[in-house]
Design a binder for this molecule. Structure first.
Ligand SMILES: CC(C)(COP(=O)(O)OP(=O)(O)OC[C@H]1O[C@@H](n2cnc3c(N)ncnc32)[C@H](O)[C@@H]1OP(=O)(O)O)[C@@H](O)C(=O)NCCC(=O)NCCS
Length: 225
């Protein structure tokens, strides 16, 4: 069973509010559409030339409104926060919950998720990602296409795995950290909270909090303020 916050028998009554408007919102709308779950509105947080993209999926775009008053008029039952910054996700999910909306995850139908994996709330997992047995995915995590999270690996809350990132068994990505495209973690290494692993890096030693590492093997490049 996919741990997305709804049961299949209730999916026909589920109406989703997407809070965001950028790439993560696009993934979520696409996934819900593929899974036959109704997106009733997208609340757009960004100025964008692409403001009308949700019309492709037949759902309205609403201007940003922190009280959610306008969004609630479209009768959503669930909400997902779709934006790069973890703190913003926390804030928007708190607002949505206070408004009575349940958090929901957007898990692409082609993602493979082991029965024993633990999946948090309001995550986005894109096409062809593989989450192996006893792996743990925290709240608000973004896992892009083709990532592999091996057995017993941990992705903490609000972290991001960019396309094709691979975590070997028992490795760990800290809260709000980002592992960019095609980077690899060998078994049991830990990337610290809010740190960044540059594209193509291979992490063979633990990475402290709030630093950028890059290269093969990954080396410290800079502290992040
Ligand atoms: C990490 C990244 C964001 C750069 O961050 P940044 O803060 O702008 O880093 P800088 O450009 O200041 O680079 C700092 C150092 O790291 C090095 N570096 C940065 N990215 C690197 C990479 N991918 N591989 C090797 N070295 C890299 C730079 O050469 C520089 O090294 P130096 O200090 O020895 O000259 C970027 O390089 C990267 O990996 N982008 C991938 C983004 C991605 O995958 N997006 C997918 C979204 S779906």
């Amino acid at each position: 069973m996919i741990e997305d916050g709804i049961s299949s028998k209730n999916s026909d009554k589920t109406r989703i509010l997407i809070i965001g408007g950028g790439a993560q919102a696009k993934y979520a709308v696409d996934t819900f559409t593929l899974r036959g779950i109704e997106v009733c509105a997208v609340m757009n947080l960004y100025d964008s030339d692409e403001l009308d993209w949700p019309a492709t999926y037949s759902c309205p775009v609403l201007p940003v409104n922190p009280s959610l008053n306008n969004a609630l008029m479209s009768n959503p039952t669930h909400a997902i926060a779709c934006m790069p910054k973890g703190l913003e996700k926390v804030e928007w999910l708190t607002i949505a919950k206070k408004a009575g909306l349940k958090p929901i995850s957007a898990i692409h139908p082609s993602a493979v998720i082991a029965q024993t994996a633990n999946i948090g709330e309001a995550v986005i997992i894109n096409a062809n990602a593989v989450i192996q047995p006893f792996a743990s995915i925290g709240n608000g995590v973004m896992i892009h296409a083709g990532c592999i999270v091996e057995h017993n690996a941990i992705v903490e809350d609000y972290a991001t795995l960019a396309p094709g990132a691979r975590m070997a068994g028992w490795s760990q990505v800290g809260r709000g950290a980002t592992v960019f495209t095609g980077a690899n973690l060998i078994p049991s290494v830990k990337v610290g909270n809010e740190s960044i692993v540059a594209a193509g890096a291979t992490v063979i030693n633990d990475v402290p909090d709030r630093v950028l590492v890059a290269g093969v093997p990954a080396e410290l490049k800079k502290q992040l303020d």
